[in-house]
Design a protein around this ligand. Structure first.
Ligand SMILES: N[C@@H](CCOP(=O)(O)O)C(=O)O
Length: 500
């Protein structure tokens, strides 16, 4: 299986090369040349297997240049009792009749990013070895809160790598920030960027595109790669959990052979929902992919109109990981629905860069609408969804999953569709203790308490244990203090790498 660039100006590469490079030098994203199909026989055989076995069957279809033993070592290194606090790895919980929550946050950093970032370091190390790479790999990450910590945790002290994370100074929750600032490890660097997530992500993409910078790094024996979902090695492990969710429902007799389900995903950079799209292309019967946005509703508008227009106000919300106006992975979807038309995709991306907008043709828009449905949710609605879900189902949502629950309710009432639905739950509610406490606790209990005290209070009130990775965060030593502007990101990388 080879991988091609979504902008068509770079030659096809192996999976190992795609993972090692992270992003294509022409600015495009690596995409598999074809999507393997799982037939009914294979799906039936997989239904009763463990999460790790399912992961093996899916991942090996895409990594034809990896041996079975290499793939197994990546899976066992990622999904084990040491890293995950639930042996089912991504358990499904029934919320209501026909509605299931898939909890994707049982990894070390309490967010769905662990599902991929516990594996990526293993994939990347093997990829570097397979491609005869001698250079040290420097991972650059832009984060709106969750990816950063998960990437730091995954790559800390991994031989042959360094990791640098940029987060928007005022754009993450207090707990997300503290998770990153207290990160230990000899190869980890963290810097706040004054600006929003798009500024940080654009800054990282600009560094990737700077050939002079790459040459300077190479002289120092180093090469760049990415741990964001622009890297194929990030997306691939995410396909697994959607296939697993469907097969779990099948194994439990909740869905029958070939019965369709809906998947609801709180969406920011479009990687998570794109993984569900790939699962559907692999043969998982999915009726609708429901794309749930917060007030940064650019994807809702795009899915409705075919116009992607980032010339709008960047909203700061209580679901900060989704505060994004440039959703990188939409590019991969456009590449797929246009039948791999790289020149058209490249032209749209050029328009986005130069004019801040692009408009797809009606055939492309209709192809997107064939499977995607979209809406968005305000902060007030997010809090209401948390409060109601707690009162009615004794289930505590985080602010991002609450966006998905609200949008799913809108979908149900607008379409009347009762298809069994899986809602991707992307983070532990304790990561956003401030807002979650505001939704479920009496106002007088909140007064004068910081986010860490609220986390403890929330745990006492709900009887739900705080995930180990979040406990006593406020007592850990703050190890990272760097701050820079978007323009100063390159210099910051240089200084971290001691090149200045
Ligand atoms: N929501 C993300 C933003 C980056 O997305 P990614 O999927 O490309 O890593 C975050 O939490 O950082």
């Amino acid at each position: 299986m080879k991988y091609e660039s979504s902008r068509g100006k770079y030659h096809s590469v192996t999976a190992a090369e795609a993972i090692k490079m992270g992003i294509s030098p022409d600015g495009g994203l690596f995409v598999p040349e074809s999507i393997p199909h799982l037939d009914d026989k294979q799906l039936t055989a997989m239904a009763s297997s463990s999460y790790q076995e399912k992961a093996f069957h899916i991942i090996r279809q895409f990594l034809s240049d990896f041996s079975d033993d290499e793939i197994k070592s990546c899976i066992n290194g990622a999904y084990n009792q040491k890293s995950f606090d639930n042996e089912r790895i991504a358990p499904l919980v029934k919320l209501d009749t026909g509605v299931y929550i898939q909890e994707l946050w049982h990894g070390p950093t309490a967010a769905f990013k662990d599902m991929a970032l516990q594996m990526l370091p293993h994939l990347l190390t093997i990829s570097a070895h397979k491609t005869g790479e001698k250079a040290e790999i420097v991972i650059l990450v832009a984060t709106s809160g969750d990816t950063g910590k998960a990437a730091l945790e995954g790559f800390k002290d991994v031989e042959g790598t360094k990791i640098i994370v940029f987060y928007p100074d005022e754009g993450v929750s207090e707990i997300q920030k503290r998770q990153m600032l207290t990160q230990e490890g000899n190869n980890v660097y963290v810097a706040a960027v004054s600006g929003n997530f798009d500024d940080a992500q654009n800054g990282v993409k600009r560094i990737f595109a700077n050939e002079e910078f790459a040459a300077r790094l190479l002289q120092n024996g180093q090469k760049l790669s990415s741990a964001n979902s622009i890297n194929w090695g990030r997306l691939l492990p995410q396909i697994v959990y959607y296939v697993a969710a469907y097969l779990d429902l099948k194994a439990a007799g909740i869905v029958e052979e070939a019965q369709s389900v809906n998947i609801v995903v709180p969406t920011g950079n479009f990687g998570n929902i794109l993984a569900a799209y790939y699962a559907s292309r692999m043969g998982i019967p999915i009726k609708r992919l429901i794309c749930a946005s917060n007030a940064n509703n650019i994807l809702t508008d795009f899915i409705h109109s075919g116009i992607y227009d980032r010339q709008r106000k960047f909203e700061k919300t209580i679901s900060p990981s989704m505060d994004i106006l440039i959703s990188s992975n939409l590019e991969r979807l456009l590449f797929e629905v246009t039948g791999h038309n790289a020149s058209r995709v490249a032209a749209w991306m050029e328009d986005l860069k130069d004019r801040g907008r692009y408009e797809v043709d009606a055939v492309t828009r209709d192809a997107v609408q064939d499977i995607f449905w979209a809406d968005f949710c305000s902060d007030e609605e997010t809090l209401t969804a948390i409060r109601q879900t707690w009162r009615e189902h004794s289930y505590l949502l985080d602010t991002h999953t609450a966006v998905a629950v609200n949008v799913y309710q809108k979908y149900r009432s607008e379409t009347g569709d009762n298809t069994i639905s899986i809602i991707a739950s992307t983070a532990s509610p304790f990561k956003f203790a401030n807002s979650v406490a505001q939704a479920v606790l009496e106002p007088e209990l909140l007064q004068g308490k910081d986010e860490f005290e609220l986390m403890n209070l929330l745990s006492q009130y709900t009887g739900i244990a705080i995930p180990v990775g979040l406990k006593e965060l406020d007592r850990r030593e703050i190890r990272h203090h760097s701050v820079c502007s978007q323009q100063g990101m390159e210099e910051m990388v240089m200084s971290f790498l001691q090149l200045v």
